[in-house]
Design a protein around this ligand. Structure first.
Ligand SMILES: C[S@@+](CC[C@H](N)C(=O)[O-])C[C@H]1O[C@@H](n2cnc3c(N)ncnc32)[C@H](O)[C@@H]1O
Length: 289
């Protein structure tokens, strides 16, 4: 596997800066055209309305009743709440909760006898999520500051873990999956939407900071991704490809520096054509009972 030479701390800082900026500017004029900032991770497309972007990702009609403040900060690449098939009364943990969209959708499913905890490492994003919570009036949601590699929850305290387009951003994915395993109760479920690849991306891409923060460089080959989940102790891992909208891929690649784009084109493995190789997937796994 091509490894990045960028240090984990540099990656976390770049990711925090990027998403802090998005949180600070979303809802202002400055947010238009800011990469990941306008509906869909790395995929703001000025020709598509926010609602259209969100409707593409989510099948759940509940999403249409969320306030614009929430949908404006939708930065995911799928619908992990649908994948999770939540039941009333469950405790749900959202890794990298951003502006809170999936927490609010999950909160409606688990009801007042259940609860949802969103964890995010970017302080401005957390502020936005808490403000959004007031708009939504979701009493059973709590947002906590923290890294998904060091989850601020007790062992075995969660029924279901969801995450939307975040684990690709972590410089230590095996640690994220170990922490998820620790946090889940026996028999608990992991339900994730994330970016993965079919084959390994070129080293030049993996070493490009903008491509990390833009959800491309940190994406792992799906085989390595599944192996890391299994190594953490999970069983019955399933992966379903939900290929990215072509425009979203173009947008993500268009953010890369020209020489990195050229490097992506020059790859010798046909499967590494980034138009085909980088995709969004639904991933589920279980902690043995
Ligand atoms: C692409 S956005 C997705 C936000 C949200 N899940 C959604 O679907 O709208 C990524 C979010 O994950 C957070 N994040 C990235 N890496 C993280 C880490 N290692 N620990 C905690 N949060 C992280 C960022 O601050 C940002 O809010």
């Amino acid at each position: 596997m091509n490894k990045t030479t960028i240090s984990p701390d540099e990656i976390r800082q770049a990711v925090r800066d990027r998403y802090g900026k998005i949180a600070d500017t979303t809802g202002t004029e400055k947010s238009t055209g800011c990469g990941c900032g306008s509906g869909g991770c790395c995929g703001g497309d000025a020709s598509v309305t926010q609602l259209d972007q969100v409707s593409r990702l989510y099948q759940d009609p509940d999403v249409l009743s969320l306030p614009e403040e929430v949908t404006a900060l939708s930065l995911g690449c799928g619908d992990p709440v649908a994948v999770a098939a939540l039941q009333p009364g469950q405790t749900v943990l959202d890794l990298g909760s951003g502006g809170g969209i999936d927490c609010f959708l999950a909160a409606a499913k688990v009801g007042l006898e259940g609860r949802v905890i969103g964890v995010d490492m970017t302080p401005s994003m957390l502020e936005k999520a808490r403000a959004n919570q007031k708009w939504v009036g979701a009493e059973n949601v709590e947002f906590r500051l923290g890294e998904i590699e060091h989850l601020p929850v007790q062992d075995g305290s969660v029924d279901v873990i969801i995450s939307n387009c975040v684990i690709n951003l972590s410089p230590d994915k095996p640690q994220v999956f170990r922490e998820a395993f620790r946090a889940l109760r026996p028999g608990g479920k992991l339900a994730v939407s994330d970016i993965v690849t079919d084959g390994d991306l070129p080293a030049a891409v993996k070493n490009n900071m903008a491509a990390w923060a833009g959800c491309v460089a940190g994406a792992w080959d799906v085989k390595d991704y599944v192996a890391a989940i299994e190594a953490a102790g999970f069983v019955d891992v399933t992966v379903e490809a939900t290929y990215w909208d072509q425009r979203m891929i173009d947008e993500a690649i268009g953010q890369l520096e020209p020489e990195v784009q050229a490097q992506m084109q020059q790859t010798e493995q046909p499967s590494l054509d980034p138009q085909k190789a980088v995709y969004s997937a639904r991933v589920t796994a279980w902690k043995p009972a």
